[in-house]
Ligand binder design. Sequence first.
Ligand SMILES: Cc1cc2nc3c(=O)[nH]c(=O)nc-3n(C[C@H](O)[C@H](O)[C@H](O)COP(=O)(O)OP(=O)(O)OC[C@H]3O[C@@H](n4cnc5c(N)ncnc54)[C@H](O)[C@@H]3O)c2cc1C
Length: 413
Amino acid sequence: MKVIVLGGGVVGVTTAYQLQKDGHDVTVVDRQPVVAGETSWGNAGMVAPGHSFVWSSPKAPMVLLKSLVLKDQALRFKFSSDPKLYGWSWLFLRECTSEKARRNTLLKHRLAAYSQSVLQDVIKTESVSYDRNDRGIIYFHRSQEALDRGVAQMKLLESDGQLIKVLSRSEVVSLDPSLTSAKDEIAGAIYCPTDETGDPAKFTRGLADIIVSRGATILNNTNIQGLEVAGGQIAGVRTDKGSLKGDAYVLALGSYSPIIAGQIGINLPIYPVKGYSLTIPIEGHIQPPNVAVVDEHNLVAISRFGDRIRVTATAEFAGYDTAHKPSDFEFMKRVTQELYPDGGNYDRAEMWAGLRPMTPNNLPCFGKRKYGNLFLNTGHGHIGWTMSHGSARITADLIAGRTPEIPMEGLTS
Ligand SMILES: Cc1cc2nc3c(=O)[nH]c(=O)nc-3n(C[C@H](O)[C@H](O)[C@H](O)COP(=O)(O)OP(=O)(O)OC[C@H]3O[C@@H](n4cnc5c(N)ncnc54)[C@H](O)[C@@H]3O)c2cc1C
């Protein structure tokens, strides 16, 4: 078939790769001059099934309420005139029972773990260089009480096969001596040795080159304006460069999927949640991170991509605004600098902001919706790089009419 993939982020490109493997003629359409030009560019690069906990937990309503009055660095929720925010928030709050949080977390972990195995298959067969680091991820806490709570919470993922080790402060520092000067700040950690990191944009661009070399088409600088509908099917894609026709279509526009889907009567509960990142060149500094960390107290994630450090933080409800200013990064920069005083050239950090395509239950939207030849693969939220590879395989399976390799109950609506 001729399949048109709408969106050239990590989700769109991995989907195109899996579709091409199945023998389809694939075209990817994206408005940016290169693939991975939006959210898939600046994320923390964590391939982290160990980070599968959903945000919609019983604690979330209080956290949201508090952020309205307190100036919180990690979560910025504020009143807005956007009715979509309130519709989405209502659906989000309905997912915040302990029963739903547990169920959604396990579904997400199933998809994330499967996705990591698909990624590992891909890199066995394809030569993509993306600054992979397979030394695990350290999720550290700053107090014993928080560590104890974290360990108790982690039992859920452990029961689903996630490998974890609880580390004392000294064990954290022996695992990564670059944390030595912050030793007294760390109470201990949960270490997920099978989690990994890598630069998602480098990966996406490398994979895009591979599929193009095998005959796929990538149409960059092409703005999708809408979908044409005829007889219960998608008949074409309207773009600023003309119309495109395929046999099947995959919607992978990240936070922008609901805008295009909404025009043809598909209501997708995806809302953009803004996050910020810094990319810091190491430039000869002698104690950069060697193992990725999540500072669970400050909710700052830090990865090492070869000669760069990527730091991410903050969940902000600001609609489709990706603007940023230096003060947005002060807190995350200070936290990183305190952990790794000689980690990199902090004066030359590159600033970025992007939008996580969040669904209320934190699970992506898959499968056919309303039209026989339109397949969704979108709404991957805060761990979309992690879930993209498996989601791509699942989408290719659904298009082929094959049963996906993991149970899809709870994952397709
Ligand atoms: C601060 C931050 C940290 C994160 N950290 C991690 C992490 O450590 N691990 C992890 O797994 N995930 C992480 N994520 C989440 C991850 O980045 C996203 O889930 C993932 O990138 C989503 O990929 P996508 O392809 O769906 O969306 P995008 O990358 O946004 O791709 C969508 C594409 O659609 C294109 N597009 C949109 N509208 C149009 C249009 N009208 N016409 C043409 N093209 C259009 C855009 O140009 C874009 O390239 C993080 C996100 C943020 C913001």
